[in-house]
Design a protein around this ligand. Structure first.
Ligand code: URA
Length: 272
């Protein structure tokens, strides 16, 4: 016999399991007769989300959402036009090509000093970041602040952003398409700040920014270079463990602290 669960207990169980949203990744048009979410999902192709495939059908308001390549083209054009970090922020606020924007409360552009010599890039905003519109303000942000303080840095001396600028629903990982569509803005951000050092936080940011396939455990503790055609010179890049991972796996803090000391050493040597 199936155990009976009161609705209150069920909700409590959902909350403890981390389910804090009652929305899906994409809007469902309940007026479309015979069109079940499962049926429309089957029409998805490759990595592109079903919402993008569904955009080939004309929605009721007559406006078609961007397909991923249209969105990517428009992201490239908008990002390239920005001449300052605040112009880039404005361009991103006006950009509707990333599906994550539909379910997010706020754009999470970045925080810190746009003239910083060191930039930290995380994976994606979480619930608290979405509420406040600022990156790394939840539990992992508090640890990141302590990590920065351990090498005499704070948010007046660094710039912090993410590989995507809106919270993925339910804190799922951003898809490759979502990250690809946001990449021109991340690249332009790095070109405009032109830092000496780039620090991807965690595996997702490290793999995207360093164009590597290895795990963060293999990528950390090594120096790479990050370059784009519009950067005056390559940026020194070293990935470290994501603070959220360190909260779950405190035994790894020892390696993270070693990496931070190496980053501090490099930062000092580059200003001499
Ligand atoms: N984790 C991230 O990767 N980015 C944030 O902004 C917050 C948590």
């Amino acid at each position: 016999m199936a155990p009976s669960l009161s609705p209150r207990k069920l909700f409590q169980w959902y909350l403890e399991a981390g389910v804090d949203e009652t929305i899906g990744d994409e809007p469902v048009n309940r007026y479309m007769a015979g069109e079940t979410p499962a049926a429309s999902r089957r029409q998805g192709s490759g990595d592109f989300p079903p919402a993008a495939v569904a955009s080939a059908r004309k929605p009721a308001n007559g406006r078609r959402p961007d397909t991923p390549d249209t969105a990517l083209r428009s992201a490239c054009a908008l990002a390239a036009e920005a001449a300052t970090v605040s112009e880039l922020h404005e361009a991103l606020s006006a950009f509707d090509g990333c599906a994550l924007k539909k379910t997010a409360t706020n754009l999470v552009f970045g925080d810190g000093n746009p003239e910083a010599r060191i930039v930290f890039i995380g994976e994606a905003p979480g619930a608290e970041e979405d509420r406040q519109g600022r990156p790394f303000v939840g539990p992992s942000g508090r640890l990141l602040d302590r990590m920065l303080a351990s090498i005499e840095l704070d948010r007046t001396k660094v710039f912090i952003s993410n590989t995507v600028f809106w919270r993925p629903p339910g804190n799922r990982n951003p898809t490759t398409t979502e990250m690809t569509i946001c990449t021109p803005f991340v690249e332009r951000l790095l070109e405009l700040i032109d830092p000496h050092i780039l620090v991807p936080l965690g595996g997702a940011a490290a793999k995207t920014l360093l164009a590597q396939n290895e795990s963060i455990g293999k990528l950390r503790g090594r120096w790479f270079t990050y370059s784009t055609p519009r950067l005056p010179r390559p940026v020194h890049a070293a990935a470290i463990f994501h603070p959220a991972y360190l909260l779950r796996t405190p035994a790894k803090k020892r390696e993270a602290w070693r990496d931070l000391l190496e980053i501090k050493r490099k930062l000092i040597s580059l200003q001499e």
